[in-house]
Design a protein around this ligand. Structure first.
Ligand code: G3I
Length: 347
C-alpha cells in the first residue's frame, strides 16, 4: 500500500514537472493579475503545423498577446506593388481575437524580408509614395485589431549610426518620422513604437536610439514607445545598465515593450545551462516589473521546436521556455515565480 502511494506521488510529481496540465495557474492568468502582457511570436501558418492543436492549446493557455513572427512583413503581405495579401496575417489576428489576446504588429518599415519588386532603383518621391501607400493600407486594414505597431524596425546600426538601408539611402532619415505620421493617420488609436536589438543596455547603439527618439518626441512626431528585442545569450546582460536604460527611455514618456526575448544557450544543454537560462529570464522579468513603463514582455516564439535560433546561430539552441515537446522548462517556472511574487508584493 505504502509503495503504491509513493509510486502515485512520484508519477504525479513527474507529470506536474513536465506539464502545466496539473492544475497550475497559467502564465497569462498570473500576468493578468500583475497587469502586464505576456506574449510570443506566432509561427508562420501555425494552423498547418503537424502539431497545430498542441501549439494552439499552449499558446492560448499561456499568453495574452502575440506578434506574427513573419507574416506581417513586406514580402508576405505586399508581394507585388499593386497587390496585398492579408490572408496569412488575418489568421494570426483572428486567432488572437478569438482567444482574447492583443496583437502586436511587426513590422511596417524594415530592411529585411522585402519583396523582390522593391529591389529596383527608386527616386526619393517614388519610394516615399510606396512607403506611404504600404503603411496606410496595412494599418487601415488592421485598424482597431492591431493595437501596437512596430512602425520602424532596426533603423540603427550596431555602431550607433543610421543603418544604410534602402529607406535611408533613398529617402534620408526623414523616412522615420514620415512612417510614424502615416501610421498615426491610419489608426489614431494604435500604439506606435520603434523596435531594435542590442539597445537593452547603455551602449553606443542605444545612445543613438535614445537621441533619435528624443528628437522625434521634441518634434511632435507621434511615437508612443520603444521595443527592446532582447535576443540574448547565456551570458545575460549587465542588469544595472539594463535597469538604467529602461529608466532613461521611460523618462522620455515612452511605453516600453520587450518584444522578442529569447536566451540562446549552447546545443545539448545541460541541466546547469537550463538553470542559468532560467535565472536570466527571471532577472529580466524582475527588472521589467520594477518599471511601470513596461507594458508587455514577449518571447520570440515559445517552444524551442519552432525557434529561429538554431538556424541562425551555429552551435546554439534551446532559447525559449518550452522544450520541443511542449514541456515547460526551468525558465517557465522561474518567470512564473517572479510574476507571482509581484502579486504578493502588490503591484
Ligand atoms: O519564405 C521562405 C520560403 O519560401 C523558403 O522556402 C525558405 C527556405 O529557407 O525560406 C523562407 O523564408 C524564411 C523566412 O524566415 C520565413 O520563414 C527565411 O529563409 C528566413 O531567413 C526568415 O527568418 C526570419 C528572420 O527574421 C529574417 O530576418 C525568422 O523566421 C524570424 O524569426 C526573424 O525575426 C527577426 C525579427 O523580424 C526582427 N528582429 C530579429 C528577429 C530575429 O532575426
Amino acid at each position: 500500500m505504502k509503495r503504491l502511494f509513493i509510486m502515485t506521488a512520484l508519477l504525479l510529481s513527474v507529470s506536474c514537472f513536465t506539464s502545466t496540465e496539473c492544475g497550475e495557474e497559467s502564465l497569462r492568468s498570473i500576468a493578468d493579475k500583475v497587469g502586464i502582457y505576456i506574449g510570443y511570436a506566432s509561427a508562420n501558418s501555425f494552423w498547418f503545423l503537424p502539431d497545430a492543436s498542441k501549439y494552439t492549446e499552449v499558446a492560448k493557455r499561456e499568453f495574452n498577446i502575440l506578434t506574427p513572427e513573419n507574416q506581417m512583413k513586406w514580402d508576405s503581405i505586399h508581394p507585388e506593388r499593386d497587390r496585398y495579401n492579408f490572408s496569412y496575417a488575418d489568421r494570426h489576428v483572428q486567432f488572437a481575437l478569438e482567444n482574447n489576446m492583443l496583437v502586436h504588429g511587426h513590422t511596417l518599415v524594415w530592411h529585411n524580408q522585402l519583396p523582390f519588386w522593391l529591389s529596383t532603383q527608386w527616386t526619393k518621391d517614388e519610394l516615399l509614395k510606396v512607403l506611404e501607400d504600404h503603411i496606410k493600407t496595412v494599418v487601415s486594414h488592421f485598424k482597431g485589431k492591431v493595437k501596437i505597431w512596430d512602425v520602424v524596425n532596426e533603423a540603427v546600426s550596431d555602431t550607433g549610426t543610421y543603418r544604410q538601408t534602402i529607406w535611408y539611402k533613398t529617402i534620408g532619415p526623414e523616412y522615420i518620422e514620415k512612417a510614424f505620421i502615416w501610421a498615426r493617420e491610419a489608426d489614431p488609436e494604435a500604439i506606435l513604437i520603434y523596435n531594435d536589438y542590442n539597445i537593452e543596455t547603455i551602449n553606443p547603439k542605444s545612445n543613438f536610439t535614445y537621441q533619435l527618439i528624443k528628437e522625434l518626441k521634441e518634434n511632435d512626431v507621434p511615437i508612443d514607445g520603444v521595443g527592446f528585442q532582447m535576443h540574448i545569450d547565456i551570458n545575460g546582460v549587465n542588469y544595472e545598465s539594463f535597469r538604467n536604460n529602461l529608466k532613461r527611455f521611460a523618462d522620455l514618456g515612452l511605453k516600453i515593450y520587450i518584444t522578442e526575448m529569447d536566451v540562446r544557450i549552447p546545443k545539448n544543454a545541460t541541466h546547469q545551462d537550463l538553470q542559468k537560462q532560467a535565472e536570466i529570464y527571471a532577472k529580466i522579468f524582475e527588472i521589467c516589473l520594477e518599471n511601470p513603463a513596461v507594458q508587455a514582455i514577449q518571447l520570440w516564439g515559445f517552444t524551442d521546436k519552432y525557434s529561429w535560433v538554431p538556424g541562425f546561430f551555429t552551435g546554439y539552441d534551446h532559447p525559449l521556455i518550452f522544450d520541443r515537446d511542449y514541456n515547460p522548462k526551468p525558465a517557465y517556472f522561474a518567470i512564473k515565480e517572479v510574476l507571482k511574487k509581484r502579486i504578493t508584493q502588490g503591484n
